[in-house]
Design a protein around this ligand. Sequence first.
Ligand code: ADP
Length: 302
Amino acid sequence: MTRGDVAAIGECMVELSPRPGGLYGLGFGGDTLNTSIYLARLGVAVDYLTALGDDPFSQDMLSAWAAEGVGTGAVRRKPGRLPGLYLIQTDGAGERRFHYWRDQAPARELFADSGSPDLSGYRWIYLSGISLSLYGEAGRKRLYGALDAARAAGARVAFDLNYRPRGWPSASAAAEAVDAMLSRCDLAMPSLDDASALYGISEAGDLLRRFRSLGPEEVVLKQGPAAAMLAWGETVVEVPATAVAAVVDTTAAGDSFNAGYLAARLAGASAMDAASAGHRLAASVIGFPGAIIPRAAMPAAP
Ligand code: ADP
């Protein structure tokens, strides 16, 4: 069966962010969801695979995703449950701190024993290290089994490291899970910062080699304002980032880069052209506050 182009796996949470006067605004956010929204805006048929409750906040999320063109047919609903929540606190210097209530979120049970989602029929499956951190060891085993089956049937797997230490019991537990993930991954899209933090390697060339040695045929190493490094086969190339005069908020820079890259690859672009497309979208995204920019601010197709 052929389904959408991409299945994105992860968690979206309710977001409370500060407003003037000590108030908080209600929104929602999650790394893989950000990528899904940008993929949909770029014309890619994407399904978001997660689990929510049957409460009004879950319903609002579903409606918002559907309005963005993200496929919600594969979302599971757990009666009586609530989605995870995080609150953003900004200190006097503008530094943001995140506080989470997410341990009981239904998204964490997506790969619990009652039956993993069916990943067959998608061209690409996209997930991140944050997705991996949700499921625990037993759940990850089921996820890996589902990925292996999908790859055997022709799907490809793209993975952004998005290493967040607080989601893991230890760095070594994270590295073990990520290594197992990379062995069933076709395209790895880590950022230099995350990869250095996880593996304790700061040199980009060494990191590319490390990632390649674990399995992925194609590796894209994002380096903030510096060029992204791409490696496949024996080739290593650099693709300069788009210059941004005034960076407003780097939230979702990597998530949007990934969407631009994947959408271009799906449309048949070379890895280098795909990286340029990723940079272009990320450059627009960091010029606005928040993860999701107005539709009118999306870069024009080249
Ligand atoms: P992440 O957001 O996942 O930590 P990076 O910080 O490496 O990843 O940024 C991802 C992408 O966002 C970069 O490859 C680049 O395209 C874009 N980007 C991030 N910061 C800047 C910047 N200051 N100027 C231009 N582009 C940037």
